[in-house]
Structures are given as structure tokens and as C-alpha cells.
Ligand binder design. Structure first.
Ligand code: FOL
Length: 232
């Protein structure tokens, strides 16, 4: 019997839960991306627990600009069903055939690989839709499979955009509406104070306004908010 590893899902989504278009992010929000990077790297003060890890699907890996791959200062795990999928010669990067095996791989990593005396610190699931939705499904229908899963999805760091993007082709499951085994809501939105405490730094509170640099020539101002959801 092993304790499940807690997974934190981190994602940015529009009001209709759109998260992607044409295999990439529909927007380019540099401050939002800086939040993603700071959160997933973790605070230096907390790093005695080891380097944090990010788990992503193969398409998400391919969607990260080559110069940012592997995501620095984090252990990267790429999930692909293709045996021997080529990750290049990226350091700190591992291949796994499923989300479960990605988590098991991290659990079994020798301390040196995470760049610390301890093993890996926090583990983040950074996408894409297939992995997010599979992981959230484990929460919604635990009887089916999670009894054997080496992980538990107990936190979602959701950047809620208040601006809609048309023509998106990829969506996040509406987890906030899910019911737990008892029929009540499975997820609760944590307060900003809980988010700040968990992060260990002063996360911006309330509506943020940023210009989307993806939309050429146009001035597209996007509003969003940093939210944390936890399992009830
Ligand atoms: N979660 C949130 N909140 N925002 C996102 O944009 C996001 N993106 C992904 C997963 N979860 C997310 C997946 N896509 C990079 C690029 C794409 C990507 C994730 C990360 C990336 O290049 N990250 C660099 C930051 C570079 C920069 O500061 O511009 C990194 O070091 O993390």
C-alpha cells in the first residue's frame, strides 16, 4: 500500500473552458505565463523538498517552443503511447507511457535526478486536454480506476480568463460542476489567502488585465483571475 502522490493541475481557460486551438495556446499573455513558470518551479525556500516536476502529454511537449524545452528548473515527464518517442537529448526529461507510469517514475527517481537531497517536490500536470480530462475523470468516477492509481488529483490552479476566444478546438472538462461520491460538489474554490499560502508568495489578487500579444495589429485586452480549487 502506497500513499498516492498529490497532483496539481495547472491550466488557463476561457469562460467556456476553451484551452487550445491548432495544437497551441490561443493567447500569449506574458504575465500569466510568468505565473505558470513561478508556480511550477516553486519557491526557492520550499526546494529542500526537491525540484518540482511537470507532467505533460506529447502534443503539449511539442507545443512548447524548442528554446523553452525542457522547462528549466523542473523535472519534465512527457507522456506518449509511442514507445521510444524521441525527446532529443533534453536533460532532466523522461518518457512515460501513461499518467500512472509518469507518477510512478517520479516516485522512484533517485534523489540526484531531481537536483536535491530529497526526491521530487510538487508535481504539476500541465496538459493538454487529454491528460487533464483523464485525470479529472479519476476524481469524478473513483470506483472505476483510481483505487489503483498512484496519484490523486487534489488541486487545480485555474487561471480563469473572462474573455472568450472563438475557434478553439480543445476544452477542459467542467470539473467545478462534478459531484463526488456523496452527490455533493467534488471541488471547492479556495480563498485567495489559501492560494497565497500554498504558493508561498504574494499571488496577484482579483482581475488582472493584460494585452494579448498573439493578436497581431489588434489591441486585445484580456482579463483573468488566478484561482485555486481543491477537492472537498
Ligand atoms: N497554465 C497556465 N496557467 N497558463 C499556461 O499558459 C499554461 N500552459 C500550459 C500548461 N498550463 C498552463 C502548456 N503550454 C510554456 C509554453 C507553453 C505551455 C507551457 C509552458 C513555456 O514556454 N514556459 C516557460 C515560460 C517562458 C516565459 O516566461 O515566457 C517556462 O519556463 O515555464
Amino acid at each position: 500500500e502506497m500513499k498516492p502522490i498529490p497532483l496539481t493541475l495547472i491550466v488557463a481557460a476561457t469562460p467556456s473552458n476553451a484551452i487550445g486551438r491548432n495544437s497551441s495556446l490561443p493567447w500569449r499573455l506574458s504575465k500569466e505565463m510568468a505565473y505558470f513558470a513561478r508556480m511550477t518551479k516553486g519557491e526557492a525556500s520550499a526546494l529542500q523538498q526537491g525540484t518540482n516536476a511537470v507532467i505533460m502529454g506529447r502534443k503539449s511537449w511539442e507545443g512548447i517552443p524548442a528554446k523553452f524545452r525542457p522547462l528549466p528548473e523542473r523535472v519534465n515527464v512527457v507522456v506518449s503511447r509511442q514507445e521510444g518517442f524521441d525527446l532529443g537529448d533534453a536533460p532532466r526529461t523522461h518518457l512515460a507511457s501513461s499518467l500512472s507510469s509518469a507518477v510512478s517514475l517520479l516516485r522512484d527517481l533517485p534523489p540526484a535526478d531531481s537536483g536535491s537531497s530529497a526526491s521530487v517536490g510538487r508535481t504539476f500536470l500541465i496538459g493538454g486536454a487529454q491528460l487533464y480530462n483523464a485525470a479529472l475523470q479519476e476524481v469524478a468516477t473513483p470506483a472505476q480506476s483510481s483505487s489503483s492509481a498512484p496519484y490523486s488529483v487534489d488541486r487545480v490552479l485555474l487561471t480563469r480568463l473572462f474573455t472568450e476566444y472563438p475557434d478553439c478546438d480543445t476544452f477542459l472538462h467542467d470539473f467545478a460542476a462534478d459531484a463526488g461520491v456523496d452527490g455533493k460538489r467534488a471541488w471547492r474554490q479556495a480563498s485567495h489567502g489559501e492560494l497565497r499560502d500554498w504558493a508561498g508568495w504574494d499571488v496577484p489578487e482579483g482581475r488582472q488585465v493584460e494585452q494579448d500579444k498573439m493578436v497581431k495589429g489588434e489591441e486585445k485586452l484580456v482579463e483573468y483571475e488566478f484561482q485555486m480549487w481543491v477537492r472537498q
